[in-house]
Design a protein around this ligand. Structure first.
Ligand code: ADP
Ligand code: MG
Length: 729
């Protein structure tokens, strides 16, 4: 067994970096060459068809069949010229991945040949069978058929030899079966609500766009070592492994020079990403050894999420070429940092204003404060929903582990904006302000721009931080689709802004002037949302206590957290805004519970299997070796001498015996716990039982295995160790 491990290590040591050739020296010369973007549409489409698509993107108008036919012809011509032989509707089912089913362009002809064909009908809508995707019972309850429908706002692209068309995935009765449909709905709602509020400040605002920039963290592990670890292969994380004596203590990996093979990988990856129009900007080493990050330039949120999903896909594919495996799991290695996605989120108007950018004059600053304060209130009121959108079996290992945002939601604003809010809170706005008071306030607001650009005003420990011109939601898992987080965030923001508008309009109706009405409502929001503001160290124990005093929730259990989706308030929120109807919300929450159960179940199986088939035999073999040694000592030495010589070995033999017994007993108990949990009918109860009775065994069994790793002969240990996984390259 151990030979397998050493063979893997040899393989790694003999690797050469893969030679990479970029498409061209200048990225701008080939960026988006495989994207059917506006310049290509202009070239391949009639004026009418081009206008129809642009209208659909910008104003959400529908494209009629005749126009769709024209678009399809243009798309086909472009795709075939660029080597495509197939087309596919590409969608985001509820599985944390994307789905595609390729069809060749060919149609048979009467004379027995084929022609390349593609139509508006095939572009606009398809019915992939796809009945195996999770739907949380929606497709059973209503109608089994699922449809994909073209999303013109995310341009088609050629992936390999396949024309890929981004689509939504819905049931026959219109229920969303995917991540994209509700994301588009939420983006639409926040557009409407934010536009209405932005019009208080500028009547000419007609549309507000949601932006998203996703920082993507990941690990790179050599393919040979990966294949020698069944736990990595089957669960995405190591279920056992003692900490390496050195890992990230010295902070020598963070922003360090990127290892040669990793650099080659990144250049190759970027080349592919650029061809597909993904604007990757930043690459660097992260905190843990072999951990890295890519960050693109932010884009419209729906497109940014498509690009993030596509990026993850390419990252896995290109890694294989470089004899790497990418780990997207949030916590592949215990004891060192895990990976996340930072969702950088902002709103911009069609007049070119970022609503989270402090302006240069009091008026634009009042607008800025309006959007910041409404965000605060939305986060405060919906902490539990935000947490439910990001807490999964894998992400729960990372959250609250002193390396990532805790399971408590709080908002970091920085000292200057906090001071601003305090000032507004104290301002006497419930009576008419004196001219002096007004000036004081305006002057102070006017001072924001210089001060907040101070780059020292950063806080890495906050789950939801204001970073100068955007908010950064940092608790999203590295393996997750960003949609759930973005759906919740945009939905609660839409709701909050709508409530805000009602309150302000009411005061205006009562005869209060607009600016003052806005001030008054903002003041109330500042006071009501105060507990969510926290500028201190989010990783500290004091914060946990302080947060409890403030009444903020702190939940690390996935089943408990998911329940937030199903409260009466949540159901009303989502259905009133048309994001999810009852069936959709229940369906996808059920899918999340199911995923949680499956992940724990798989981990428990893999651990049990490895414990009994890999670890116990190795330990027994080593123990036998020690026993034989003791026997020989006894033959050779006097009783007195033997006693002295063998005592250490006998201890060790007992120690190994103790761990072996514990592993066997605990593994058996783990199986029993699973059997019992599997009998629970209700899915929420079952998840709870898995969490409380099965999951703890993953730690208990591991504890004994990791102890054995420290004692057993290195030559015999069957699995690549942490120091090898993280440092042999
Ligand atoms: P940091 O690690 O300091 O947060 P990065 O450069 O790694 O910075 O990532 C910042 C991300 O935020 C990038 O994706 C960037 O495009 C994005 N971003 C910058 N400004 C905005 C904005 N106004 N709205 C949304 N995202 C933004
Ligand atoms: Mg960041």
């Amino acid at each position: 067994m151990a030979q397998f491990r050493f063979k893997a290590l040899d393989e790694v040591l003999n690797r050469e970096p893969v030679k990479v050739e970029r498409e061209a020296n200048l990225t701008s010369d080939y960026f988006a060459m495989y994207v059917f973007d506006r310049p290509k549409m202009k070239k391949y489409l009639s004026g009418g068809a081009y206008k129809a698509v642009v209208d659909a993107i910008e104003n959400g108008t529908t494209i009629d069949r005749r126009m769709a036919d024209q678009v399809a012809q243009g798309m086909k011509a472009w795709a075939i010229e660029n080597g495509a032989t197939h087309y596919t509707h590409w969608f985001h089912p509820l599985t944390d991945g994307t789905a595609e089913k390729h069809d060749a362009f060919i149609e048979t002809t009467s004379d027995g040949g084929v022609v390349e064909a593609f139509s508006g009908k095939l572009l606009a809508q398809q019915e992939p069978d796809a009945s195996s995707f999770p739907s949380g019972g929606i497709r059973q309850t209503f109608e089994a058929r699922g449809y994909t429908a073209w999303d013109p706002s995310s341009p088609a692209f050629i992936n390999g030899t396949t024309l890929t068309i981004p689509t939504i995935f819905i049931s026959y009765t219109g229920e969303a079966l995917d991540n994209k449909t509700p994301l588009l709905r939420a983006i639409h709602k926040v557009d409407k609500a934010a536009t209405a509020v932005a019009q208080y400040f500028d009547k000419s605002v007609g549309k507000v766009q949601t932006n998203l920039g996703v920082e993507q963290e990941y690990f790179l592990i050599d393919d040979a070592l990966y294949r020698a670890r069944p736990d990595l292969m089957l669960t995405g994380r190591t279920l056992m492994g003692h900490a390496s004596s050195k890992d990230q203590q010295l902070d020598d990996h963070y922003f360090g020079s990127i290892p040669t093979r990793a650099t080659a990988y990144m250049i190759d990856l970027e080349d592919e990403a650029y061809k597909l129009g993904i604007p990757l900007k930043t690459r660097h080493n992260e905190v843990a050894p072999n951990q890295f990050e890519f960050a693109p330039i932010f884009e419209e949120a729906n497109l940014a999420n498509d690009h993030n999903q596509l990026l993850m896909d390419i990252m896995k594919r290109v890694a294989r070429r470089h004899k790497f495996r990418v780990l997207f799991h949030e916590k592949p290695f215990a004891g060192i940092n895990g990976s996340g996605k930072h969702n950088n989120w902002s709103l911009t108007t069609n007049t070119g204003v970022n609503l989270f950018s402090p302006g240069k004059n009091p008026k634009s600053n009042l607008q800025f404060l309006t959007f910041v304060i409404n965000t605060l209130k939305a986060v405060y009121d919906n902490q539990d929903l935000l947490r439910a959108s990001i807490l999964t079996a894998s992400n729960s290992h990372r959250l609250g582990a002193n390396e990532a945002p805790p399971s408590i939601l709080s908002v970091f604003l920085g000292t200057e904006i906090s001071k601003m809010l305090d000032l507004m809170e104290e301002a006497v706005v419930d009576r008419k302000m004196t001219p002096d008071e007004k000036t004081a306030l305006k002057l102070n607001i006017g001072r924001i721009p210089e001060i907040i650009l101070d780059s020292t005003d950063r806080n890495r420990t906050s789950p939801f931080a204001f970073t100068g011109n955007r908010f950064e939601f940092r608790a999203v898992g590295s393996s997750a689709n960003n949609a759930p987080a973005m759906i919740v965030l945009n939905t609660i923001m839409a709701k909050q802004l709508a409530d805000f508008k009602v309150a302000v309009d009411k005061l205006i109706e009562d005869g209060i002037k607009k600016d003052e009405a806005i001030f008054q409502v903002l003041k109330g929001l500042i006071i009501n949302s105060k507990p969510i503001r926290f500028n201190g160290d989010g990783y500290s124990d004091e914060w946990v206590q302080e947060a409890a005093k403030r009444g903020l929730t702190n939940i690390n259990s996935v089943p408990e957290s998911l329940a937030a989706y199903l409260t009466k308030e949540s159901k009303e929120l989502f259905s009133n805004l048309g994001i999810f109807n009852g069936a959709e919300l229940e369906g996808r929450t059920e899918v999340e519970y199911e995923k949680f159960i499956m992940k724990i179940q798989i981990e428990a199986r893999v651990l049990g299997d490895m414990a009994i088939n890999h670890i116990v035999p190795t330990a027994v073999e080593y123990q036998t070796m020690l026993l034989e040694n003791v026997k020989h000592l006894k033959d050779v030495f006097s009783a007195e001498e033997f006693k002295e010589l063998a005592s250490g070995r006998l201890e060790l033999i007992k120690e190994i015996g103790g761990h072996i017994s514990a592993i066997k007993i605990k593994s058996k108990e783990m199986v029993e716990a699973r059997k019992k949990a599997n009998k629970v009918e209700d899915i929420m109860d079952k998840a709870e039982v898995y969490d409380k009775t099965v999951r703890p065994y993953l730690e208990t069994v591991r504890f004994h295995i990791d102890k054995l790793e420290l004692i057993v002969d290195n030559e015999k240990w069957p699995l690549p160790k942490y120091r090898e996984l993280l440092f042999v390259r």
